[in-house]
Design a protein around this ligand. Structure first.
Ligand code: GLP
Length: 245
C-alpha cells in the first residue's frame, strides 16, 4: 500500500480529485467505483470545479457505487442515489444511464445482488475504486466479520455504523438497519483502489489498518492483499500512527 500524507481535508480532496481526473484523461471509458459518506464530498466538489473550468469530460465513463440503504428509493434524500446525483452526477456530463448503484427498493434482493455483480463483470470490472473507511474498519457496508470471499450482498448494519450515519438523518430511528453492498471480493477485483482517510475520528482505524493483522474482523485489512492500493490520509488521521517496524 502506498501512503500519501497530506495536511488536511482540503488537500486530501484536491489530491484525490487529481488522481481521478488523471485516470479519466488516460482512458475516457474508465469504470469508476464510487463511495458515499462524508469523506468523498470534497473530492466530488473538486471534480465538479475541474469539469466547469477545465472541461474534463465523463461522457464515456461508467460508474458503480459501493452500496445503498435497503428501503430507500432513489428519490429519498437519504438514499445514496440521491447523494450521488446531488454531489456529483447532476453537475458533470456523465450519462446517467451509465451510473449504477444497487437498488434499495426491490422485492427480491438475491436477484438484485446477482444482477449488480454481473453488471460490474459485464462492463469489464472496475478500473479505479474509491473507498472511505468506517471507524470499525468497514469498507462499503462490509461490517466486521464479513467473509473476504463475499460478493454483492445484503448486510445488517452494526449499531456503531447506524450511529455514525445518523448525522445525515433527522432522527436515528430513520436510519435503515440494512443495506446492499458490493462484497469484499467484488471490491478486491478492482484494478486499482484509492482509500481516503480524514480526521481524528479515523485515527484508530488507520492505526489498525497499518499495524494490525489481515483479518475478517477488520474488513479494510484485506486491502493489504491488493497489489495496487493508494491511501491518502490527512494529518489528523495520521498523527501518532506508526508503521510497524
Ligand atoms: C458509510 C459508507 C462507507 C463509508 C463509511 C465512512 O457507512 N457506507 O462507504 O466509507 O461509512 O463514512 P464517512 O466518510 O462519512 O466517515
Amino acid at each position: 500500500m502506498k501512503i500519501i500524507e497530506v495536511k488536511d481535508y482540503e488537500q486530501m480532496s484536491q489530491m484525490a480529485a487529481e488522481y481521478m481526473i488523471r485516470k479519466v484523461k488516460e482512458c475516457k471509458a474508465t469504470n469508476l467505483g464510487l463511495a458515499t459518506g462524508g469523506t468523498p464530498v470534497g473530492m466530488y466538489k473538486k471534480l465538479i470545479e475541474d469539469h466547469r473550468l477545465q472541461g474534463t469530460s465523463y461522457q464515456e465513463v461508467t460508474t458503480f457505487n459501493l452500496d445503498e440503504y435497503i428501503g430507500l428509493s432513489g428519490t429519498n434524500k437519504n438514499s445514496y442515489r440521491y447523494y450521488m446525483n446531488e454531489n456529483l452526477f447532476d453537475h458533470i456530463d456523465v450519462q446517467k444511464d451509465k451510473t449504477f448503484i444497487p437498488h434499495g427498493d426491490v422485492q427480491d434482493f438475491e436477484v438484485e445482488c446477482q444482477r449488480y455483480e454481473k453488471l460490474i463483470e459485464a462492463n469489464g470490472g472496475i478500473d479505479l475504486q474509491i473507498l472511505g473507511i468506517g471507524s470499525n474498519g468497514h469498507i462499503g457496508f462490509n461490517e466486521p466479520g464479513t467473509s473476504f470471499d463475499s460478493k454483492t450482498h445484503v448486510v445488517d448494519l452494526k449499531s456503531s455504523t447506524i450511529e455514525a450515519n445518523a448525522r445525515f438523518f433527522n432522527r436515528i430511528e430513520e436510519v435503515p438497519t440494512q443495506a446492499v453492498t458490493m462484497g469484499i471480493s467484488s471490491i478486491m477485483r478492482s484494478k486499482e483502489i484509492l482509500l481516503l482517510i480524514s480526521g481524528e475520528g479515523k485515527k484508530e482505524a488507520f492505526h489498525q489498518l497499518l499495524n494490525g493483522d489481515v483479518t475478517e474482523n477488520f474488513p479494510a485489512s484485506v486491502l493489504k492483499n491488493h497489489p495496487c492500493v493508494t491511501i491518502i490520509a490527512d494529518e489528523a488521521a495520521v498523527s501518532g500512527v506508526k508503521l510497524r517496524s
